[in-house]
Ligand binder design. Structure first.
Ligand SMILES: [Zn+2]
Length: 71
């Protein structure tokens, strides 16, 4: 179930905040439950990849953030 453009944009913002403070819980972009699991699988310096999974709604997505994109 791919994220919509708006959900993707919102999730990019949440990940930016999560990178500043990884201890802070992140809400799922689909169901809003806090405790989203994020795994950094980035292939720097080319792109950033984050595997997202939510135990509440079953979300299992990989979020791709091209480097150089303003967040
Ligand atoms: Zn969820």
């Amino acid at each position: 179930m791919p994220l919509s453009l708006d959900q993707h944009r919102e999730m990019s913002r949440r990940i930016a905040a999560w990178r500043v403070d990884p201890a802070r819980p992140v809400a799922c972009p689909l169901c809003g439950t806090e405790g989203l699991k994020i795994i950094d699988r980035s292939a720097r310096p080319y792109a950033e990849w984050y595997a997202l999974s939510c135990s509440a709604c079953g979300l299992d997505e990989t979020l791709h953030i091209p480097l150089g994109q303003p967040m």
